[in-house]
Design a protein around this ligand. Structure first.
Ligand SMILES: Cc1cc2nc3c(=O)[nH]c(=O)nc-3n(C[C@H](O)[C@H](O)[C@H](O)COP(=O)(O)OP(=O)(O)OC[C@H]3O[C@@H](n4cnc5c(N)ncnc54)[C@H](O)[C@@H]3O)c2cc1C
Length: 475
């Protein structure tokens, strides 16, 4: 336990990262705190609450679950759905409404909802100041019972407690791309950068590295821009994210039983439950959603070795079933596959070269014979391999300064930052403090499922409740 440096002043809480996690932590703290405090959110983006996922202005980027499942307030789970349907948002985006009655709004709409919700939470608590310091933290230093946060504009902020909420770094460009081609306008390394696809002309042939959710975003965006060139997308297994299915009654096996104790036992149980559910006409989606709802318990029941086995062998399959795509994106992908302008391959990159203004890629099919490579000639390469969480500490100066001081370590599974069961950062000497916390996906190693909105939201609430208690205990 740490004491505040001066009990007569308001506690100073600094949140590094003002995406969804940082903003929702702040709004829940404003609702839960019984003591006054100041909350400074350090975030380079213009608006709080959007982050990587909901900061995209691209109209083709939609939330990948129905709006009714984008839960911020457990007591009002459909608040976003109601907000979206009752205001100007649905009028501006009628295509959000799908034939099954669900709404799949643009991700930017959810960003606006979070910003508006945060603003009203802040307005309701005049004793709690929530401010946005627009900029990036470049270093964090510890001084006995307080911290200083050093920003790129030279500002130094004092903090009694820090919440790290910096989650998603850009993807890592495969080494072969960099060594063979270097950089250039024909390589789109960060598909989330503003106007990332601006250099792709409608007739360009494109090689997409990765076949997950970001690839789905890219196909949908290219479609909206009138792109009609050929697209070859590949990943090691060539698995595509699945779409949604309608079901009404939730499946409840994992909620009612002890979870399996090994990765293999979990896989067998899942297969058996899916087969059993199918007999009753219940889609596999319901079984996967049951595991997800109990993800923390399922994950924590597994010994460390089994967690790493699960990540190594099952994660690619889990990811494509658990992270589904909006029906609008599914339709865009289906259309391109049917017309033959999109091919999805299970393959790996063997070589790359530039010739006469084109890129020539050699791909080795996953089950092909040694030497049986396919050559693809394209105009652009787009990297959609997802956030490079395993290198987030070295990529983020605020985290690397903490790491260099021995105050923060990577988790053993390469998912983010090592934290204890209550999200306190674990230092190099194994110690923890209740004043350095992680909110959001970088704490995943302790939680298993901590990526989709409902879990990230529940986690931010938990951290806010913990900090509200800390305010009481340390005033
Ligand atoms: C592209 C994408 C789409 C997604 N779509 C969905 C979806 O449709 N449905 C769903 O349920 N889940 C979705 N998710 C998952 C989920 O919603 C996210 O995990 C969640 O938004 C995490 O938000 P965050 O604030 O923790 O992280 P981030 O969005 O990464 O926000 C972190 C913020 O920290 C800031 N930052 C970084 N470094 C610094 C620094 N040094 N100083 C100050 N600020 C810093 C960044 O600018 C950023 O705004 C998506 C995730 C991604 C990546």
């Amino acid at each position: 336990m740490t004491a505040m440096s001066d009990p007569t002043t308001k506690a100073r809480i600094v949140v590094i990262g003002g995406g969804f996690s940082g903003a929702v932590f702040s709004l829940h703290l404003a609702r839960k705190a019984t003591r006054s405090c100041t909350i400074t959110v350090v975030e380079p983006r213009e608006k709080l609450g959007a982050g990587v996922a909901y900061g995209t202005p691209d109209p083709a980027h939609r939330i990948n679950v129905p709006a009714a499942r984008m839960i911020v307030f457990p007591e009002a789970p459909t608040d976003f759905d109601s907000w979206f349907r009752s205001g100007a948002e649905l009028v501006a985006d009628p295509e959000a409404l799908w034939s099954d009655g669900h709404a799949y709004p643009r991700r930017s709409a959810f960003g606006r909802y979070i910003a508006a919700t945060l603003a009203s939470a802040a307005a309701s608590r005049p004793d709690i100041t929530i401010s946005h310091h627009q900029g990036a933290a470049t270093a964090v230093r510890r001084h006995d019972h307080r911290f200083t946060i050093h920003l790129e504009d030279g500002t130094i902020l004092d903090a009694d407690l820090i919440v790290l909420a910096v989650s998603h770094p850009p993807p890592t460009v495969p080494a072969l791309v960099t060594t063979s081609l270097g950089t250039g306008p024909d390589i789109i390394a960060d598909p989330w950068a503003p106007d990332a696809l601006a250099t792709v002309t409608p007739s360009d042939d494109v090689l997409v590295i990765g076949t997950g959710l970001t690839m789905a975003d890219v196909i949908a965006s290219l479609g909206q821009r009138g792109h009609h060139g050929n697209i070859t997308a590949f990943s090691r297994r060539g698995l595509l994210s699945r779409g949604h299915a309608c079901y009404t009654d939730p499946y409840t096996w994992f909620g009612a039983n002890d979870p399996p104790l090994s990765a293999l036992a979990l896989l067998r149980k899942l297969r058996a439950l899916i087969a059993e559910a199918a007999k009753d006409g219940v889609p596999w989606h319901a079984v996967i959603d049951d595991v997800r709802a109990h993800g923390r318990r399922v994950w924590r029941s597994l010994p460390a070795l089994e967690r790493s086995r699960l990540l190594r062998h099952l994660r690619p399959f889990w990811d494509v079933h658990r992270y589904r795509i909006a029906p609008q994106a599914e339709a865009a992908i289906g259309e391109r596959l049917n017309e033959g302008s999109l091919r999805v391959l299970a393959a790996s990159l063997r070589s790359l070269q530039r010739k006469n203004g084109k890129i020539i890629a050699s791909l080795r099919p996953r089950h092909g014979a040694e030497g049986a490579c396919e050559t693809v000639t394209v105009d652009k390469i787009i990297v959609t391999t997802g956030p490079a969480h395993d290198s987030v500490i070295s990529a983020n100066p605020a985290l690397s300064s903490l790491s260099k001081a021995g105050l923060l370590t990577p988790d053993p599974l390469g998912l983010g930052i090592a934290v204890n069961a209550i999200s306190e950062v674990i230092a190099a000497d194994g110690s923890t403090t209740d004043t350095l916390l992680v909110a959001g996906p970088l704490a995943r190693e302790q939680y298993g499922e901590l990526m989709g909105l409902p879990q990230v939201s529940a986690h931010a609430l938990e951290i806010a409740e913990k900090v509200a208690l800390w305010l009481v205990l340390h005033r």
